[in-house]
Design a protein around this ligand. Structure first.
Ligand code: FES
Length: 88
């Protein structure tokens, strides 16, 4: 089984924890949970969706062009490859 296809735990600081949906971006999963995240392009260009990755690892589904700090990710174009904790 491809490890990237497994459901992973996504925890939001001061928020809920839930399982990711394989083949869906972290942004998609956050929206399903009713967690509001700013976004615009949904394709890694604008950086509007960036949030802090507190723990865990993600993989990008495309090459992002937006500038982000080392501890930030773009949930619109990432999937979790380990259990993760985010600060939004
Ligand atoms: S919504 Fe534009 S980079 Fe994520």
């Amino acid at each position: 089984m491809n490890k990237d296809k497994q459901a992973r735990s996504i925890s939001v600081t001061n928020g809920p924890s839930f399982l990711s949906t394989p083949d869906h971006s972290i942004l998609d999963d956050l929206e399903v949970q009713g967690i509001e995240v700013e976004y615009h392009c949904r394709e890694g260009f604008c950086g509007a969706c960036r949030c802090k990755l507190i723990s865990g690892e993600v993989d990008y589904t495309l090459d992002p062009l937006a500038f982000i700090d080392d501890d930030e990710i773009l949930p619109c174009c990432t999937i979790p490859i380990t259990d993760i904790t985010l600060a939004i």
